[in-house]
Design a protein around this ligand. Structure first.
Ligand SMILES: Cc1ncc(COP(=O)(O)O)c(C=O)c1O
Length: 365
């Protein structure tokens, strides 16, 4: 196009993000049956109050409230944390970006614990920062001494997904405490909090370096509307409110949060169903002698494939209309990640896995 020389090198050399498969793709639309277990979405969808309220809404011609006044009062009620600590964004992805916008210059460093959620690296690359990656141990725990050794004057953010994606595991409280003691900005990404029941949110009131991220994408079934929020010390929240895109969160998403939080009984029942199904699915996966499922506190299960070829299983499932996640990256090439579906979806998944693996006898070459 002749404009390459003008493009920022961070963008030109960017490795990007492999997104999940959309149901809008022609090949997906053409398929006889699609079971979507690849993006940790909620198979039961949002509260029925959400589509109803969106259908009746009369204000789409107006810009949304840049101050996020109403949503903050709803989130204050839901989290128990005062509104001056809260900032909403278009998905927690956007809040991750805002943290880079606030803290990270080109040449700075951020720490994450692999394998983990890819968006920390995504924004690090785009902002010209270096990801200092600390691989987790065999049980996915974090070596805190190693963290202390790699911290440098250029370290600006430490990201901990908790539960972690894609492992589904929780960090020890001692690990989080040790991270907080470093005094560096610590981001605890609790995208799956509602499935784990474990949170450090109340500590935001005590620790000036703790930021907690949450989302409505997973438990509340609102992934398509892009709405998440963060809990920050008030000083950081004020900066974020100042530097965020003014109308970051659209009116439909704001309305959807209100309706969701007015229907907590429905959403909590849906989360309970998913947790119960997670345990049932885990037991069934364990029954296959060629797959090792990792116990999960989220709404997905990471599975190791004994013969080492995660991609073959991913492709075998895809050809049967079942979408799961395969990560083409070191340490995960023998894995697939399966989002917990409805029992009837997971039964079809199990039949497909048995078919691929030749009963319970092991994966065919
Ligand atoms: C750990 C983690 N954080 C954040 C997100 C992104 O959530 P959102 O849809 O709110 O941007 C995900 C989604 O997969 C995730 O796994």
């Amino acid at each position: 196009m002749g404009l390459e020389e003008f493009i920022r090198p961070e963008a030109a050399n960017f490795s990007g993000y492999k997104a999940c498969k959309s149901l809008d793709l022609p090949e997906v639309k053409a398929a006889k049956r699609v079971i979507k277990l690849d993006a940790n979405e909620n198979p039961y969808g949002p509260s029925p109050r959400v589509p109803q309220a969106l259908g009746n809404y009369q204000g789409f011609q107006f810009y949304p409230d840049a101050e996020q006044t109403e949503i903050k009062s709803y989130l204050e009620y839901y989290t128990g944390i005062p509104g001056e600590h809260i900032v909403a964004g278009a998905g927690s992805d956007q809040l991750i970006e805002y943290l880079f916008r606030l803290f990270v210059n080109s040449g700075d460093e951020v720490i994450n614990f692999s394998p983990t959620f890819g968006m920390y690296r995504f924004y690090a690359e785009l902002y010209g920062a270096k990801v200092v990656d600390i691989p987790r141990g065999a049980d996915f725990s974090i070596d805190i001494d190693r963290v202390k050794r790699v911290i440098s004057p250029r370290t600006k953010l430490i990201f901990l997904a908790n539960p972690n994606n894609p492992t589904g595991t929780l960090a020890e409280w001692d690990t989080i405490k040790s991270l907080l003691k470093t005094g560096l900005p610590i981001v605890v990404d609790e995208a799956y909090f509602e499935f784990s029941g474990e949170t450090v949110a109340p500590l935001v009131l005590d620790y000036p370096n703790l930021f907690v991220l949450r989302t409505f994408s997973k438990w509340a079934g609102l992934a398509g509307l892009r709405i998440g929020y963060g809990l920050f010390p008030t000083g950081v929240a004020n900066y974020l409110m100042h530097i965020k895109d003014p109308y970051a969160v659209n009116s439909a998403a704001l309305l959807a949060v209100k309706e969701s939080l007015n229907d907590l009984e429905y959403l909590r029942a849906s989360v309970e169903k998913i947790i119960k199904e997670r345990e049932r699915l885990f037991t069934q996966l364990k029954g296959l002698n060629w797959i090792v499922p990792i116990p999960s506190r989220a709404n997905f299960i990471l599975c190791r494939v004994m013969n080492g070829d995660g991609e073959a299983v991913y492709k075998g499932l895809e050809s049967r209309g079942i979408l799961v996640r395969y990560f083409d990256q070191p340490g995960l090439s023998d894995c697939i990640r399966i989002s917990v579906g409805r029992p009837e979806d997971d039964d079809i998944l199990m039949d497909a896995l048995k078919d691929i693996g030749g009963g319970n006898e092991g994966l065919k070459p």
